[in-house]
Design a protein around this ligand. Structure first.
Ligand SMILES: NC(=O)c1ccc[n+]([C@@H]2O[C@H](COP(=O)([O-])OP(=O)(O)OC[C@H]3O[C@@H](n4cnc5c(N)ncnc54)[C@H](OP(=O)(O)O)[C@@H]3O)[C@@H](O)[C@H]2O)c1
Length: 327
């Protein structure tokens, strides 16, 4: 089969099309004939050599796919060869065939193409697990979503709105702010032109937000804590401005704040399976009703994975980037 290999850590040009034997599904796994694979920022970090895959995971890039089940491993009863699925993968998505646990697959939501469905799993699992499980976002609350036009942000805005929250999003520039509003954000802040803390305070009548979902980290941490109201929760899922932060502990105590976060990839088989179950019951019906849709910015053939990475690193995209692998 064809797959994308990373010759060595480096820029997008280290991504090369190569051939390899197709993988066999192990016990409890399915083998998916990949139609499309989502591109995510962690793929870029892995390619650069700063985000190593877990020891047992495939070293091939690609954390989400959609396609057709080609074979099932022993003990798999919920899927059969020929079923169309989208799936979270432990890596290996940039390939014509990819194996993943059967419990991490979901049906293609009615009305979505395979390439649209390939853009769902990584952001849906991440946002559900962080905004709702860890962040405890509830209807009637206000959430600050940083990077509203990122893959994560586009899913977070839509999910938060669908579950009754008021959404304040940050993004760079007028076009990205307009895109956030089109996705449902009540307020969009151009973080390059406006202090997001002051803007979030103004938008909440000085009360502060209930939850902040952050992909920025670094010096944003103290500012996020300042933007939170009483009993607020800061949920960290990325640290594009660095993993270290200095914060005012008295603010945490005075406002009774919670700082939490998580990484999806190192979580256990069962934790990811529980997320899949929650998504299937709570989120898939909203996708099928048309309330939530993956926003696809660009599609590239598998062989042009380097171009897909160049686009992601330019941050010119709004929404998701997808590799098309087969018709
Ligand atoms: N914890 C997890 O399990 C998990 C899973 C998946 C992804 N992630 C993380 O989530 C983040 C987004 O991933 P993705 O795949 O959605 O990437 P993506 O689509 O490439 O989004 C990254 C976005 O970050 C925005 N950004 C950069 N600096 C910013 C700032 N100071 N304020 C607001 N936005 C800023 C950029 O938009 P602008 O042009 O507007 O700056 C860029 O579009 C990454 O940090 C990734 O590592 C975490």
């Amino acid at each position: 089969m064809n797959r994308i290999e990373c010759e060595r850590p480096g820029g997008p040009d280290v991504l090369k099309l190569a051939t390899a034997p197709h993988p066999e599904p192990g016990a409890g796994e399915v083998l998916i004939k990949v139609a499309a694979a989502g591109v995510n920022r962690p793929d870029v970090l892995q390619r650069m050599g700063v985000y190593a895959p877990p020891p047992e995971a495939s070293p091939i890039l690609g954390l989400e796919v959609a396609g057709t089940i080609a074979a099932v491993g022993s003990g798999v009863t919920q899927w059969r060869a020929g079923d169309a699925v989208c799936a979270l993968t432990p890596g290996g998505g940039y390939a014509e065939f990819c194996r993943t646990p059967a419990a991490h697959c979901l049906p293609i939501p009615a009305g979505l193409s395979l390439s649209e469905a390939a853009a769902l799993p990584e952001t849906a699992f991440t946002v559900w697990g962080n905004l709702f499980d860890r962040g405890r976002l509830a209807a009637g609350e206000t959430v600050l979503v940083h990077g509203g036009t990122s893959g994560i942000g586009t899913m977070a805005i839509q999910l938060a709105k669908a579950f009754g929250a008021t959404v304040i999003a940050t993004a760079r520039g007028d076009d990205k702010c307009a895109a956030c509003r089109a996705l449902g954000a009540d307020v969009a802040i151009d973080y390059a032109a406006t202090d997001f803390v002051a803007a979030a305070m103004a938008a909440t009548g000085g009360r502060g937000v209930d939850v902040a979902l952050d992909i920025v980290g670094g010096d944003y941490t103290a500012r996020n804590l300042a933007a939170l109201g009483m009993n607020g929760r800061l949920v960290l899922v990325g640290f594009q401005r660095g993993p270290a932060a200095t914060v005012d502990l008295t603010m945490i105590m005075r406002k009774r704040l919670v700082i939490t976060g998580s990484m999806l990839r190192p979580q256990s088989h069962d934790e990811k399976a529980a997320l899949a179950t929650a998504l299937r019951t709570k989120v898939w019906p909203l996708i099928e009703s048309g309330l939530i849709r993956p926003l696809i910015n660009a599609r590239f053939p598998l062989a042009e994975a380097a171009a897909a990475h160049r686009l992601m690193e330019s941050s010119a995209h709004i929404g998701k980037i997808v590799l098309t692998v087969a018709d």
